[in-house]
Write a new protein. Sequence first.
Length: 136
Amino acid sequence: MSADTLCLWCHRQVDSQDSIELPDGGKHPIHPEHRSPAEAFLAKASKFGIFFIIAMALGTPIFVVGIILTSNTPVWSNAIMGAMLTFIGVVMVALPFCTPQTVQWLGLRKSIVLARVLGLGMLTWGVATAGFSLLA
């Protein structure tokens, strides 16, 4: 079973010749009943992908500030880092984008679920970190 015959959405064998074109120009096989949700997600990715990139790019310097503050003010450092983890968790839940390798490995539907589960984990970890650091 090669990757060329697996549905982009569910990652199961495709018997039909139906395919969907990705923004990079590549064509991937897809079950006809999965075309609509896949196209909706790809439209969302095209529309909001830049916001995801900007959010992740802004999060990195804030983490660095939190690390720098660790030696001087550990309470505020942990609060800043917890808030950033919460922010990134919210972004990952709202915009569940994974790498192309993850989509190729799991399929689009399962990669969305994986991104949201990891986002919820980061969100929970961030709220706990910020909350406990401010209460301590």
